[in-house]
Design a protein around this ligand. Structure first.
Ligand SMILES: NC(=O)c1ccc[n+]([C@@H]2O[C@H](COP(=O)([O-])OP(=O)(O)OC[C@H]3O[C@@H](n4cnc5c(N)ncnc54)[C@H](OP(=O)(O)O)[C@@H]3O)[C@@H](O)[C@H]2O)c1
Length: 189
């Protein structure tokens, strides 16, 4: 599983049910990377998507304790310990599986992620209520790829950010190609 998520410098990700920032290029890249694949998410994250419903061209697996939960064609899993079995059942054509949030699900599933695609915005938001573990500070995660600095201007607000790829050292994959499209040419020295 690959975590894909946007964070600020402190790895905060959300406030009041929404993301901290919406970057045009990042959202486009998210669509390109995840289209055709499987996305796993908490119920609150699914409901934070536009129209509170699944995005096109992707299989959505939503985790909720509500056994009666229905949201369009999202596949519902009510016990996170049954996620692996469900993924084996539905992923017959070996699609990539992305964990897209939110904080609650990342806390529970981070150790099952082999890679993390992190859009890291160079800001420290004071108002946030959701965060994920800071991969820069966890011993078993290492930064293996970093893009050039990206910039987006929204009114008076300037966003500077990079696309980072972190690897979970507890997995021993022979190469990075398994993680997805290789779009991060800059290596950290
Ligand atoms: N920056 C980003 O890229 C990004 C990405 C995604 C999300 N976000 C933000 O993150 C926030 C949402 O995150 P969150 O942590 O509050 O919620 P979440 O992880 O999206 O969803 C939490 C819900 O998942 C279900 N759940 C969690 N653990 C479970 C378990 N073990 N078994 C069964 N169901 C379980 C429960 O649903 P029920 O209550 O239905 O039982 C729980 O309320 C929003 O602000 C969102 O915008 C940001």
């Amino acid at each position: 599983m690959i975590l894909i998520i946007g964070v600020d410098r402190n790895f905060s990700i959300g406030v009041d049910g929404d993301m901290l920032f919406h970057l045009k290029k990042d959202l486009k890249r998210f669509k390109e990377i995840t289209s055709g694949h499987i996305m796993v998410m908490g119920r609150k994250t699914l409901e934070s998507l536009p129209g509170s419903k699944p995005l096109p061209n992707r299989t959505h697996v939503v985790i909720t304790r509500d056994g009666n939960y229905v949201n369009h064609d999202a596949i519902v899993v009510t016990d996170v310990s049954k996620l692996d079995d469900k993924l084996k059942e539905i992923n017959v054509d070996n699609k990539k599986v992305f964990l897209i949030g939110g904080g609650n699900l990342v806390d529970q599933l981070i150790d099952k992620c082999e890679y993390a695609y992190i859009t890291l915005v160079d800001k420290a938001y004071e108002r946030f209520d959701t965060a994920i573990p800071n991969l820069e500070k966890l011993e078993n995660w290492e930064l293996i790829e970093q893009s050039d600095l990206q910039t987006e201007i929204q009114g008076d607000d300037v966003f500077e950010y990079t696309y980072n790829v972190y690897k979970n050292k507890n997995f021993s994959s022979p190469n990075f190609s398994q993680a997805g499209p290789q779009t991060f040419p800059q290596k950290r020295s």
